[in-house]
Design a protein around this ligand. Structure first.
Ligand SMILES: CC(C)(COP(=O)(O)OP(=O)(O)OC[C@H]1O[C@@H](n2cnc3c(N)ncnc32)[C@H](O)[C@@H]1OP(=O)(O)O)[C@@H](O)C(=O)NCCC(=O)NCCS
Length: 151
């Protein structure tokens, strides 16, 4: 295995922000990668791993655990490094960490449009379950971006 999986380190911050900016292309201000990294680190530190290929950061994964269920999110592999087993190895690492914490079941969400990633997760033993995903904002929604073409 040429690449290395290790816990996130503060020195990885700018490389993670660059990776997520490319892979996830979030637009909402509350999803800005720098905020996401810092909020995660401020709240919980053990469930955040990066993949390095010859010291270049090429992948990330985060997890969450409430003492019962585990969650996995922010799995990303640099497009130039895909298809080499890095995503699968990141998943195995975060699964091991969650299992060590006592977690017995992992959940994750995939955007309905992201069917390719569903196939990836199926290969790793995940199954689509009959659930409805719901969400609610606890803060006011961000303002709509201004349409520059209108007065
Ligand atoms: C999904 C993602 C993490 C996969 O990373 P990767 O390093 O290319 O995956 P791997 O090389 O470890 O692939 C593991 C297995 O899944 C398969 N796989 C990977 N991507 C796949 C795809 N898009 N469609 C079908 N199978 C796929 C591989 O062929 C491999 O199968 P094998 O073991 O039979 O050879 C990567 O494509 C990515 O970052 N996507 C964009 C971000 C994303 O969607 N994240 C998940 C958010 S829910």
């Amino acid at each position: 295995m040429r690449f290395e999986i290790r816990p996130y380190d503060e020195a990885d911050e700018s490389a993670v922000v660059a990776l997520w900016s490319e892979v996830f292309a979030y637009t909402a201000p509350h999803n800005q990668p720098l905020n996401l990294v810092r909020q995660k680190r401020a709240y919980e530190q053990a469930l955040f791993f990066v993949a390095l290929d010859d010291r270049r950061l090429v992948g990330t994964v985060m997890g969450g655990y409430d003492g019962h269920r585990g969650w996995i999110y922010s799995l990303a592999v640099d497009p130039s490094a895909r298809g080499q087993g890095i995503g699968a190895e990141l998943m195995r690492r975060i699964e091991r960490q969650l299992a060590e914490l006592g977690c017995r079941k992992i959940n994750l969400q995939v955007l309905a449009a992201n069917s390719a990633t569903v196939d990836f997760y199926r290969k790793l033993g995940y199954a689509v379950e009959e659930r409805v995903s719901m969400g609610k904002l606890l803060v006011p929604p961000p303002p709509e971006p201004r349409d520059a073409s209108r007065p």
